[in-house]
Design a protein around this ligand. Structure first.
Ligand SMILES: Cc1ncc(COP(=O)(O)O)c(C=O)c1O
Length: 433
């Protein structure tokens, strides 16, 4: 090979290292020649790139999926006796430390027509491509609901339809495939029935259900994933976090840190809302507080507390006792417990119930005037948790929640637990066994 040609070839190899695999496989003289020729810039006119067109119409929000997986297609593989785990003692449960013997998986592959058959199988690790979109761009969402073993030994879910609606809204926002919530409830019901002995025989612990939907397509483009995985795992749980000896928590508000912002995803249960809260939660803990109070805007509006919706009880300008929570303005997760509290308390004659903007100034003023009675957080994991102190701008605002006679928080907690554990029959509870 003349020197000039071989130099050109070396140059080509240098510039086309990424194609070396091909080169190695086809290292005949003929192939070298072919490659050399193809490295010469083509004089052919480059086809004109079609101009990008504006979409003719705005995409319409699609709130019901066209196609969903079906419970009728569910395939079940039960764990072999040697795969069954020892059940932990109730006292050791903690929150999300132990998992049951089975899990559910439903794959989505666009090229195979979308949702595949749901499968219940022995609990196992997932195998994911390292480029899966969930791992890089948090193309991911989750839900949290519980199965309660009632006083009648029947197992109940609490308003699971609301979790399904919320899950579909988060899927829509994240470009993940939507599905028929009723079908997922039926599949979850079957999973809980199979692992029913894992639902604690206790009124202080429950079986936490964690449906999760992740984008699994292994490409770096920030676009709708062509493949996804919906999985459901179950964990027997007790208290979500420790309270003070009186059962209340102290919360910490730093107005410089926000959880959500207008137009963002504060109202969707996506993983990317939670990771960035860890540092401030640890800072709050070092200062002696159990949770973070999330404020927003120049007026330091209250939005949520930790992973709970926030409620305040006070004497209003008319002298009436009022239960208030901030309105769903896009920054706040539409909690199932929040909605249930508003609906239940809305029927109590002696209480005014309102969704209203609450600022830190308003809380401080109410407290100073002796009109602030209670503050509490509410959510599936914690039910209702009273708040006894707010750390804010180098001061502490003591909240007299624990000093009230017949506090509202306790009545709400008792009512919710009575529904969940079957002490009273209520349409919010769905018996599944
Ligand atoms: C940020 C946030 N707010 C509120 C809640 C309470 O919602 P739910 O009552 O549906 O559990 C949760 C828990 O899911 C949450 O993560």
């Amino acid at each position: 090979m003349p020197l000039r040609r071989s130099k050109a070839l070396v140059k080509w190899i240098y510039e086309n290292q990424h194609k070396m695999q091909t080169l190695r496989r086809c290292s005949s003289t003929l192939r070298y020649k072919e490659l050399e020729e193809s490295s010469v810039p083509s004089l052919e006119p480059v086809a004109e790139v079609a101009p990008a067109h504006e979409p003719a119409t705005k995409p319409r929000p699609q709130l019901t999926p066209d196609i969903s997986f079906k419970f009728d297609d569910l395939q079940v593989t039960l764990a072999a006796p040697y795969q069954l785990q020892k059940k932990p003692e109730a006292i050791d449960l903690g929150f999300g430390k132990y998992f049951t013997d089975h899990m559910m998986k439903i794959n989505y592959h666009r090229e195979l027509g979308g949702w595949q058959k749901p499968e219940i199988s022995p609990f196992e690790h997932l195998s994911l491509h390292p480029a899966a979109k969930a791992l890089h761009y948090a193309v991911q969402l989750f839900e949290g609901l519980k199965a309660y073993r009632g006083v009648d030994d029947k197992i109940r879910l609490f308003r699971p339809d609301l979790n399904m609606q919320r899950m579909n809204l988060a899927a829509q926002r994240s470009g993940l495939p939507m599905f028929d919530g009723e079908e997922l409830i039926k599949c979850i019901t079957r999973l809980v029935q199979i692992d029913q002995e894992w639902v604690p025989h206790s009124e202080t612990s429950t079986l936490y259900i964690r449906p999760t939907l992740i984008g699994t397509e292994p490409t770096f483009g920030i676009i709708e994933p062509e493949s996804a995985l919906l999985f459901v795992i179950l964990s027997p749980v007790s208290a979500y976090y420790k309270t003070n000896s009186d059962g209340a928590v102290s919360i910490y508000a730093d107005p410089n840190v926000v959880r959500a912002f207008p137009g963002g995803v504060g109202n969707r249960k996506v993983g990317s809302n939670y990771g960035p809260t860890i540092e401030i939660t640890s800072r709050a803990a070092k200062l002696g507080h159990q949770q973070v109070l999330w404020l927003f805007g120049p007026n330091h509006e209250l939005t949520e507390v930790g992973a709970m919706n926030i409620f305040v009880v006070y004497i209003n300008e008319d002298g009436d006792k009022q239960l208030s929570t901030p309105p769903l303005n896009g920054l706040i997760l539409p909690g199932v417990t929040r909605r249930s509290i508003l609906e239940l308390a809305g029927e109590w004659k002696e209480l005014t119930v309102k969704e209203e903007v609450l600022t830190m100034q308003r809380i401080a003023d109410l407290n100073q005037q002796g009109r602030l009675l209670e503050m509490f957080g509410a959510g599936t994991a914690v039910v209702v948790t009273p708040i006894s102190n707010v750390g804010y701008l180098d001061t502490n605002i003591p909240v007299p929640t624990m000093q009230q006679h017949n506090p509202v928080y306790q009545r709400l907690k008792d009512t919710l637990l009575a529904i969940q554990y079957g002490h009273i029959e209520h349409p919010f509870a769905k018996v599944i066994t």
